[in-house]
Design a protein around this ligand. Structure first.
Ligand SMILES: Cc1cc2nc3c(=O)[nH]c(=O)nc-3n(C[C@H](O)[C@H](O)[C@H](O)COP(=O)(O)OP(=O)(O)OC[C@H]3O[C@@H](n4cnc5c(N)ncnc54)[C@H](O)[C@@H]3O)c2cc1C
Length: 327
């Protein structure tokens, strides 16, 4: 199913003004952002959500979510975030199809300029900009992206019916996406740099039991080769250094995520990997600016934990407004 965008606004046209004053501005529309929106809306704070370009966040790329409570049969990723969105909107949240382009947290009200040119003056800001896929950074990767190189099996699996594909990575995402690709592809080869997979035991068992999945451990891709479409990869043995070619039609890369925090550099404290630092109450180093979900969570990175952090951040924003009022 497609995420329902019929009720979305675009930043500059909604209010007819280039500037808007809001009590709670939420950056990001993934599970953390939409959960924060639900809680802020139910506190009567009329939150505005800037969706970013990935409406619904990373989980919207996932075919099915089996570990979110309340859905014993599993639920589609897009369907889940669409339900999140509808529930937040029911209580008064407004989702704008726009992104934060510049932020100024030096004084209240905080200033956020959207990429559509609208200026928000916000009493509180909740940052839920999540994370994004890490690239291999090997020759051929950029040129062949969309021509056989993909970061989303749910989006592109359909194009690989009866083809041979590689999945790069050894974590949960790699195996989950690899298993999904077996619906289409004739073979799925998981390439992982170490001798052991990092994924949880249930996923590893499922992958090992699937006759379409093969493993190339202790291996990395050093080049992706193709003329207009992926034709082969150069595989390098991480122990012997030996290089060989493997013919393949697609390369799906799932080697991790990096937090979307470039916008906040110099203003908010971050750890060495760029994740925003928050205290137990989701507060960043700037009072009134909160962060939730994967943007501030290098550890759990799940829908339920991100949603929980989003809800907590909104509760604290409400508390902050009770204590400090509008700027
Ligand atoms: C392939 C895959 C499968 C997964 N499967 C599962 C699963 O089965 N179960 C599970 O629990 N978890 C799963 N996850 C993890 C889960 O999707 C994430 O933990 C969750 O989406 C994180 O939520 P978030 O709201 O913190 O961030 P994200 O989902 O990353 O959302 C970030 C949001 O911020 C927006 N944004 C970015 N920059 C800006 C900006 N400048 N201005 C405004 N908005 C911005 C983006 O558009 C997006 O809407 C999976 C992840 C992937 C990639």
């Amino acid at each position: 199913m497609n995420l329902d965008i019929s009720s979305l606004s675009t930043g500059s046209s909604t209010s007819g003004s280039e500037e808007e004053r809001v009590k709670v501005l939420i950056l990001g529309s993934g599970p953390a952002g939409l959960s924060a929106a639900l809680y802020a809306a139910r506190a009567d704070l009329n939150p505005v959500v800037l969706s970013g370009i990935e409406l619904g966040g990373q989980v919207s790329l996932t075919y099915t979510v089996e570990n979110y409570p309340g859905f014993p049969e599993g639920v589609g990723g897009m369907e889940l975030v669409d339900l999140f969105k509808k529930q937040a909107e029911k209580f008064g949240a407004r989702v704008e199809y726009d992104s934060a382009g510049e932020v100024d947290f030096t004084r209240r009200p905080f200033r956020v300029k959207s990429v559509n040119g609208k200026q928000y003056l916000a009493d509180t800001v909740i940052i839920t900009t999540g994370a994004r896929s890490v690239h291999l950074d090997v020759p051929g990767e950029n040129e062949l992206t969309g021509r056989g190189v993909s970061y989303c099996a749910t989006c592109d699996g359909w194009f690989f019916k009866e083809k041979d594909v590689i999945v790069v990575g050894g974590g949960d995402s790699a195996l989950e996406e690899g298993l999904f690709l077996t619906r289409y592809a004739d073979s799925v080869t998981v390439v992982h740099r170490r001798d052991q997979l990092r994924a949880g035991p249930i996923l590893v068992e499922r992958a090992q039991a699937n006759p379409k999945i093969k493993f190339e451990l202790n291996s990395v891709i050093s080049e992706i080769i193709g003329n207009g479409a992926v034709q082969s990869v150069q595989l390098k043995d991480t122990q012997t250094g030996k290089v060989r070619h493997k013919p393949v039609d697609g390369v799906f890369i799932f080697i991790g995520h990096t937090p979307n925090t470039e916008l906040f550099k110099g203003q908010l404290d971050m750890d060495e990997h760029g994740y925003l630092k928050v205290d137990q109450l989701m507060q960043t180093n700037i009072p009134g600016v909160f962060a939730a979900g994967e943007v501030a969570d290098p550890n759990f990175r799940q829908v339920i934990t991100s949603a929980g952090m989003g809800a907590a951040a909104a509760m604290r924003a409400n508390h902050f407004l009770d204590e400090h009022g509008s700027a």
